[in-house]
Write a protein that binds this ligand. Structure first.
Ligand code: ANZ
Ligand code: ZN
Length: 813
């Protein structure tokens, strides 16, 4: 026979599959649907081995589902808007569109070399007008639904990228997620999406088969706190506000309030500050502005602050409370004001110590006999110094105080969320334009739907100024108001690229629809996604935003469900020299070289053999030759002639049994996405077949059946190799349209034997056991038998002798 030449056969079959449209996915099919989605790549330039690690195993699963009789939607596309394209334009003078399209060409070619069963007719590219037209449309729909608004807000500003970052894009100790520069704060008017409206629903994952880790991260990201909002009365001449509201998770400590702290940005600060305190307060506010939220919340930093000179009244006991400002109070959380209880809160305690403010214990620590305490007591206890609540456990007083305040009109039960609204404005060129117009007469006017898309002008100048280049494109910015027809200006900010990826899975369902973002009927058939695979680094941004979009669409009546991804699976990370691969570290592994030498099938299988998919591992090519040798063995076994020389019924039955066992294991492993053990089972089967061939004891029929099942089981992993084998075996094209082998539990069963167990020479038990039971297992089963135990408990086992397949002899004294 010919040699196994992967380069040749892979090219050949890829061309044939494409010509035959083998992986075309019809919307109409009598088969049940299966939507297998893999996170689409960002168009950064090259696919590295990490992309392969994400895409090859997910392709194996999609192919398996195809062979299991599903109509599988397995699409691929490109996340193509974003900073790097624009940075390339600034650095190298290439237009972002040209840079992006060039990268797409290259990446598509690389993706095709993997031999995945993608339906390329459904490819989406988020930076093309036929796609971003609908991203703009989504903006309009969210705006109509009251979910988009403009607000001036302190934003995270990356001085290096010269751009505003979402909270999620600030990582580590306050660095830009992309360039790791320290982020600073800046005020800008921006567009926000009201993702907080869905805070409660986003915390739940009902009916979703998602990793626990991701669910916890999402819940923490929402950060729901339950407590109360309490009003302190304010009486400063000339100030209209007569109350300051605080949010607290500890209403049970309200009698222990000895001062109040406002965020430096709190609008009342300016109004209530007394003349003598003015200079100090202004200086402090100025200083706070320059810090990031992360710095401000850091527990390591010493808490400092300034007295405003003003007082509020604690309405529960009528006491005056001095009002301070301090940067550990965050303006965007709760009400931006804190009732400070130094006796029971660590931060307040430190603050009170520093500024010599009173500390009043209202929950008695164990054994407390009055007097000062040396640190904040945050535990449970009996109420003291708390009027009619004295003597009650604080947990009980929690609700009692809320009820009392509600009846008196001092406060009410409240919840607060850490989750912030999603800031989507970007002062960048390479993104979908925000379809809004500013008119001096009419204010903010949405671009009429019929005028979409608002096209990105091709000509623009790219400068690292931090302002959108669109500001300087006259033909873009100057327009007419859709309402009054007068001269008006376009919004020049573009949208966060996470908007593009918040709905791409919907576009795949009807990618060529010119009338709608997605066809509601077709989309209803495909969605929700049955399995979504990708990196765990998308736990809060992409997955959160996609869920928000889906929930919003449901509430608009445009989708009949609110959760886009039924099952989520995160593959591990492939590292290189034990580090994350990155261009700057120069440790990026390019798979093309290995594909060129050994073939895509080998690279696919080798990656899956690194370890459990969810764990990832370090890339090391030392074993890849072994994978290639295995495929060569499979090739020879399958294609060389076989003829029985010493037929033996028992051996024939043994192969049938082995085959059924392997088929069972492979099916169960693939379904659990345990590709490494699936491959190990197939390798073991190959060894078994090699031995069987040598001994020549099985029939031609059984042999052929075994070879066919091996090829079919290997088809999802090594699609080219198996297609070639299938053809050479004279089977009908294509192996990828065949059914995956199924097993028969009866045939997979090991024949049983009867184990006789003797204790001190007397037969005490007869146990049914599988014929291939090992010595270890046989001893264990024997010793665990209840009858046997009756004669061994309390005695010392001197020896256990196993006569294979027959007898376990136990001697005790
Ligand atoms: C009084 C009190 C007494 C508090 C006590 C705690 C312990 P979480 O759990 O994170 O929601 N707080 C409220 N708004 C704040 C803001 N904008 N910036 C900084 N801190 C703020 O925290 C809620 C608690 O954090 C609130 O409960 C408040 O302090 C503080 F023994 O109120 B507490
Ligand atoms: Zn107008």
């Amino acid at each position: 026979i010919d040699r196994y030449e992967p380069q040749e056969i892979e090219k050949k079959w890829q061309a044939k599959w494409a010509a035959d449209n083998l992986y075309h996915t019809p919307d109409d099919s009598p088969k049940p649907k299966w939507y297998a989605l893999t996170m689409f790549p960002y168009t950064s330039g090259d696919l590295h081995i990490g992309h392969w690690y994400a895409m090859a195993p997910s392709d194996v699963y999609a192919r398996y589902k195809r062979m299991m009789g599903f109509n599988v939607l397995h699409p691929m596309g490109f996340d193509a808007f974003g900073f790097p394209a624009e940075n390339a334009a600034i650095k190298r003078g290439i237009h972002p569109r040209v840079w992006t399209e060039k990268n797409i060409e290259n990446m598509r070619k690389q993706l095709k070399s993997m031999g995945c069963c993608y339906d390329w007719d459904r490819e989406v590219v988020t930076s093309r007008p036929d796609y971003y037209k609908w991203t703009e449309w989504f903006f309009l729909k969210l705006y109509e639904a009251g979910l988009a608004y403009r607000a001036k807000a302190p934003v995270n500003w990356c001085p290096s990228c010269q751009a505003v970052l979402a909270n999620e894009q600030v990582v580590g100790g306050g660095e830009c997620w992309r360039c790791e520069t320290q982020v600073v704060r800046k005020d800008l008017v921006q567009w926000f999406f009201k993702i907080t409206k869905y805070a409660d629903e986003l915390m739940q994952h009902e009916g979703l088969d998602w990793p626990e880790r991701i669910k916890i991260m999402q819940r923490n990201w929402v950060g729901k706190s339950t407590g109360a909002e309490i009003e302190f009365s304010l009486d400063v001449p000339g100030v209209a506000e007569k109350k300051i509201k605080v949010f607290t998770t500890r209403p049970d400590t309200v009698y222990g309030v000895t001062f109040m702290v406002l965020a430096p940005e709190h609008p009342l600060v300016e109004k209530i500050t007394t003349p003598p305190q003015k200079a100090a307060v202004e200086a402090y506010v100025d200083k706070a502005r320059r810090l990031t939220e992360i710095d401000r919340l850091s527990t390591e930093r010493e808490k400092d602050g300034v007295f405003t000179g003003a007082y509020v009244i604690n309405q529960l006991n009528g006491e005056p409370v001095p009002v301070w400002i301090a940067d550990y109070v965050i303006w965007s959380y709760g009400t931006g004001a804190v009732m400070a209880v130094p006796a029971h809160d660590e931060r307040d305690f430190a603050f009170a110590k520093r500024y010599k403010l009173p500390i009043r214990v209202v929950i008695a620590p164990p054994g407390y006999e009055g007097g000062p305490i040396s640190e904040a007591y945050v535990g449970e206890g009996k109420m003291i110094n708390s009027a009619q609540f004295n003597g009650k456990p604080n947990s009980e007083a929690f609700d009692g105080i809320i009820d009392w305040m509600e009846s008196q009109g001092f406060g009410k039960k409240a919840v607060s969320y850490k989750l912030r609204d999603w800031l989507i404005s970007r002062q960048r060129y390479w993104g979908a334009p925000i379809p809004m117009i500013h008119c001096d007469t009419c204010g903010i006017v949405p671009v009429p739907e019929k005028d979409l898309p608002v096209l990105l002008p091709e000509a623009a100048e790219f400068r690292p100024t931090g302002e959108s280049p669109l500001k300087y494109v006259d033909g873009f910015i100057n327009t007419t108001c859709p309402r009054c027809g007068g001269p008006a200006k376009r919004e020049t900010d573009t949208m966060d690229t996470f908007m593009c990826s918040s709905w791409y899975f919907l576009r795949y369902c009807s990618p060529h629809d010119a009338e709608a973002a997605f066809d509601p009927e077709i989309t209803k058939k495909w969605m929700p996604v049955d399995i979504y695979t990708g990196g765990a680094d998308h736990a809060v941004m992409h997955l959160f935003y996609s869920r928000f979009f889906t929930m919003a669409l449901r509430d608009m009546g445009r989708l009949p469900f609110g959760e886009p991804f039924t099952r989520l699976f995160n593959q591990g990370v492939i590292t290189s020299q034990h580090q994350k691969m990155s261009k700057s570290k120069g440790n990026v592994v390019n798979p093309d070289k290995y594909v060129g030498e050994l073939g895509a099938d080998t690279v696919r299988a080798y990656l899956m053999f690194v370890g459990p998919w969810e764990l990832g591992g370090d890339w090391n090519d030392s074993g890849i030759g072994g994978m290639s040798r295995w495929f060569n063995r499979v090739w020879k076994l399958a294609l060389e002639d076989y003829s029985p020389t010493a037929f033996d019924t028992a051996e024939d039955a043994a192969l049938v049994r082995k085959m059924n066992q392997v088929i069972r294991k492979v099916n169960l492993d693939i379904d659990k996405l345990q590709f490494n053990t699936m491959l190990a089972a197939l390798m073991d089967f190959t060894n078994y077949l090699a031995t069987a061939k040598e001994s020549g004891k099985v029939s031609v029929e059984t042999w052929n059946k075994a070879i066919e099942s091996l090829a079919l089981m290997l088809a999802p992993t090594a699609p080219h190799l198996t297609e070639e084998i299938w053809q050479r075996l004279g089977k009908p094209y294509s192996i990828h349209n065949q059914s995956f082998p199924t097993w028969d539990n009866e045939l997979a069963k090991e024949p049983e034997i009867t184990l006789v167990v003797q204790v001190n020479g007397k037969v005490r038990a007869r146990i049914q056991a599988p014929a291939d039971i090992t010595e270890c297992q046989a001893t264990d089963v024997a010793m665990a038998n209840d009858r046997v135990k009756e004669f061994t408990t309390g005695k010392t086992v001197k020896s256990v002798v196993y006569v294979p397949g027959k007898l376990v002899n136990v001697v005790v004294i």
